[in-house]
Design a protein around this ligand. Structure first.
Ligand SMILES: Cc1cc2nc3c(=O)[nH]c(=O)nc-3n(C[C@H](O)[C@H](O)[C@H](O)COP(=O)(O)OP(=O)(O)OC[C@H]3O[C@@H](n4cnc5c(N)ncnc54)[C@H](O)[C@@H]3O)c2cc1C
Length: 429
């Protein structure tokens, strides 16, 4: 039986593993993180420390919540990823949006894969019944301003289990949110190995022979042999593994920066609403109501009680300029990025003004991001094979690294569609 190794168990890795097993392969998924557990601390108990300003660096999150990893770029942009079985999907707010126009632009049509995903992965818009009066007011304001808000389809196993606690990004305690590891939880032919960090791909005579893996600090490195290797360690993880294997990544990292425009509003209660219940798509950015827990804990401007903050999230498509070497995140924002942010901030002011919040009373959240990708972008040259020539013939990528450019939109669904196609092509290569 052909032996395949998939590295990483996020959106791309789990989908690739499932498809490879369906093609008859014996699949092992190697994941550096452990089994995911939602954030367990009582937020009220953290409040005195927050008020005293003891949370001063976002990287401290990993001490309380090791499943969330934070990197900081030189100019301060805070980057969030998931490190656990299920990858970053464990931290997602569950937005299930198709956004493949740039893939279509290089000749990759994933209609068939998206159609399969409709049945394979639970997606629902049945959450409006739980919206608060404020969320409804915001929806109307977006409509009145011609922003054409769309109710966000969510990856949910059962909408009735969602209690709108607003904590999706800290993991769902109620089993309402769907995460990617569910794709392979009962699939025959797939073995999940958690706590296994892949350092590099072993390559001999131009072919991948397996991966070099270590299990825990100080543990001996071992070669795990395979006939096929699929890297899906995410937009930051995959380039690091390839660099260590002698295959340089392209300095075209994008991250989809996020900035919240917020204001004090007594009794807003946004923190206990489903995050991003609807989305307005604008050229190069989206707007959506979102309570920003990162800013609430780490941004001095957010010291008021969580119930009294209203906030609109801007998520934007950034230029493909940046890199990550495993230690240093180089992600400059260009003038064109700041111009997009300025346009989006103006639109956010209009929304807040429409519900009675003057722009002079607004303040910003912390500039952050969580959609890294683009260091092995697909072009027309790879449209048929989804395989880069610089890679050995039996080494494939199946994660956000392949995306041609920043989408400024939630990418999970698109990454899964892509990984599905990659796995089938790899199995039949
Ligand atoms: C707070 C937050 C909310 C989000 N909400 C949404 C949303 O609502 N909808 C949406 O579409 N997207 C959302 N995203 C983005 C989305 O989760 C990611 O873009 C997506 O999961 C990326 O998929 P991936 O397969 O590329 O990587 P990931 O899902 O990040 O998976 C990569 C996996 O590889 C593992 N790994 C890394 N290095 C190694 C190594 N050396 N050896 C072994 N394993 C390794 C990692 O631990 C991780 O588990 C959100 C992101 C964040 C941060």
């Amino acid at each position: 039986m052909t032996k395949a190794i998939v590295v990483g168990s996020g959106a791309g890795g789990c989908m690739a593993a499932k498809e490879l097993a369906a093609c008859g392969m014996d699949v092992t998924v190697l994941e550096t993180g452990r089994a995911f557990r939602p954030f367990k601390w009582n937020l009220d108990k953290l409040e005195p420390a927050r008020q005293a300003g003891l949370f001063f660096d976002e990287r401290m999150i990993s001490l309380l919540f090791p499943e969330m990893r934070i990197e900081k770029a030189q100019d301060g942009l805070v980057h969030v990823t998931g490190r656990a079985v299920g990858g970053t999907t464990t931290l997602a707010t569950g937005n299930a949006l198709r956004y493949d126009r740039y893939l279509a632009g290089v000749g990759i049509n994933l209609d068939a894969e998206f159609a399969e995903l409709e049945h394979e992965v639970p997606q629902t818009t049945e959450h409006r019944a739980g919206w608060s009066e404020l969320t409804e007011r915001l929806f109307s304001a977006f409509e009145d301003l011609g922003l054409e808000p769309q109710i966000t389809p969510k990856f949910m196993n059962d909408a009735s289990r969602c209690v709108q606690c607003g904590m999706c990004v800290l993991g769902c305690k109620f089993g309402a949110k769907w995460t990617a590891d569910e794709l392979i939880s009962d699939v025959e032919g797939v073995t999940m190995v958690a706590g296994a960090t892949v350092e590099k791909v072993a390559i001999e005579n131009g072919r991948a022979t397996g991966v070099v893996v270590s299990r825990g600090a100080g543990a001996r490195r071992k070669l795990a042999q395979a006939d096929l290797v699929v890297l899906a360690a995410g937009g930051l993880g995959t380039p690091v593994i390839l660099e260590a294997s002698g295959i340089p990544a392209s300095p075209t990292l994008f991250v989809d920066p996020v900035l919240c425009v917020a204001a004090h509003m007594e009794g807003a209660g946004l923190e206990h609403q489903l995050p991003m219940p609807f989305v307005s798509e604008q050229p190069d950015y989206i707007l959506s109501p979102y309570f920003d827990w990162l800013s609430f804990y780490f941004n001095k401007g957010w010291r008021m009680p969580h119930g009294d903050i209203i906030s609109i999230m801007i998520k934007m498509a950034d230029a493909s300029v940046g890199s990550y070497d495993g230690k240093h995140l180089d992600k400059p924002l260009l003038d064109s990025d700041w111009e997009t942010i300025a346009r989006a901030v103006d639109k956010s002011y209009e929304v807040l003004e429409a519900i009675g919040v003057p722009r002079e009373e607004t303040f910003f959240g912390t500039l952050n991001a969580g959609h890294p990708g683009g260091c092995f972008p697909l072009t027309e040259a790879e449209a048929e094979t989804l395989h880069h020539e610089v890679l050995p013939p039996n080494l494939y990528l199946a994660d956000a690294s392949l995306l041609p450019r920043s989408m400024g939109n939630p990418p999970m669904l698109t990454i899964m569609a892509l990984a599905k196609r990659v796995a089938r092509l790899a199995a039949n290569a």
